[in-house]
Design a binder for this molecule. Structure first.
Ligand code: 2RA
Length: 351
């Protein structure tokens, strides 16, 4: 039996990538139902080469659905994911609403696929895009070396804030392009005006050391997600994690610098072997030839790209890495689709 799939949030930035991925992956699905807010209902979107009309989010929309992938705001997921689960669907949710719920597994198929099998609430969570942009590479290194501590800085693309983020960067860039702006305090801010979109400061010609909302003691919600989710996925509840999240003027693909300290001494040669052979990872690391990953080349691709692999100068147990991942693909839609495919395989085996 081919499972019925619902895509909830089909018209958003991640939903759009999701429909592309569903059109590219092996077609294991029966019906694919597209669901969105009543505002978007009635639109027609192509998936698997067929136009499908978007249905409004409602209880009836989940009738007969086996798996429902959600990419909607946290409060919408908090309300509707349990409704879909109560109607018998396994929900794969990309919001933050359930990620830290002990009864909801947080799954990265390359790292902890077994976790997806135990889902007492009928919900499986997809990690945040920033965690996902590094965790496949880190998981592979952890499996061999035993991770002890992480120090991370992110360089996050504006599409992490959805279509509004991309629109804001494009608008701001058009206002500063070809000017001499960027040489005097406040000149970029004055050119951009008060409307900085979903960001607290101008993002064109700038970097903004803030992503998400204010958490405790000056940390951002995004920074807390990277720490909490990494601990949960790797099963390391006391892992030391220091993280600073930064928004940069890149459309799509998050980058991170990672200082990872392990249990024992590490070698760059072994780390390179692990990264070169890990599923879902591409090692692209030859600085002498000018080879290291950048968002401009990584965008639109599936893997986690790793470069600049070095042993820490002052600690033989630590590695330095530069990592890039498409935040809309592996960072969101692709990982969600991979989880849904794991669950679908269970349903197909059982039928
Ligand atoms: C961002 N990580 O980049 C967030 C989106 N989930 O804004």
């Amino acid at each position: 039996r081919r499972p019925t799939l619902a895509v909830v949030g089909a018209t958003g930035a991640v939903g759009t990538v999701m429909l592309q991925i569903l059109s590219q992956h092996a077609d294991i699905w029966g019906e694919i139902r597209l669901i969105a807010s009543p505002r978007s209902a009635g639109r027609k979107l192509a998936v698997r080469g067929v136009e499908v009309e978007v249905a409004a989010l409602s209880e009836e929309a989940f009738d007969g659905v086996d798996i429902a992938m959600f990419d909607v705001p946290d409060e919408v997921a908090a309300q509707w994911a349990p409704i879909a689960a109560a109607k018998g669907a396994v929900v794969v949710d990309n919001s933050a609403a359930f990620r830290m719920d002990p009864e909801v597994p947080l799954v990265v198929p390359e790292v902890n696929p077994h976790a997806a099998r135990v889902r007492p609430r009928g919900i499986v969570s997809n990690p945040n895009c920033t965690t996902l942009s590094m965790i496949v590479a880190l998981g592979a290194l952890h499996a061999e070396f035993g991770l002890r501590e992480l120090v991370v800085s992110s360089y996050q693309a504006v599409s992490g804030a959805g279509r509004a983020g991309v629109d804001a960067l494009r608008r701001q860039t058009s206002l500063v392009a070809g000017t001499e702006l960027g040489n005097n305090p406040g000149d970029v801010r004055r050119a951009v005006g008060d409307d900085t979109g979903p960001f607290p400061e101008p993002v064109a010609l700038n970097v903004v050391p803030w992503v998400g909302s204010l958490a405790e003691d000056g940390w951002s919600s995004e920074e807390m997600k990277v720490r909490d989710e990494t601990r949960k996925i790797l099963g390391l509840p006391r892992l030391k994690v220091a993280v600073t999240c930064v928004r940069v003027p890149v459309v799509t693909t998050h980058s991170l610098t990672v200082h990872a300290r392990f249990q024992d001494e590490v070698t760059v040669d072994r780390a390179r072997e692990i990264l070169a052979t890990a599923p879902g990872v591409v090692l692209f690391d030859d600085p002498a030839a000018g080879e290291f990953p950048t968002p401009a080349d990584v965008v639109g691709t599936d893997p986690t790209w790793v470069g600049r692999v070095r042993r820490a100068l002052d600690d033989a147990t630590a590695l330095e890495l530069f990592v890039c991942g498409d935040n809309l693909r592996k960072g969101a839609a692709l990982n969600t689709a991979q989880i849904a495919e794991l669950v679908a395989a269970e349903i197909i085996r059982a039928s």
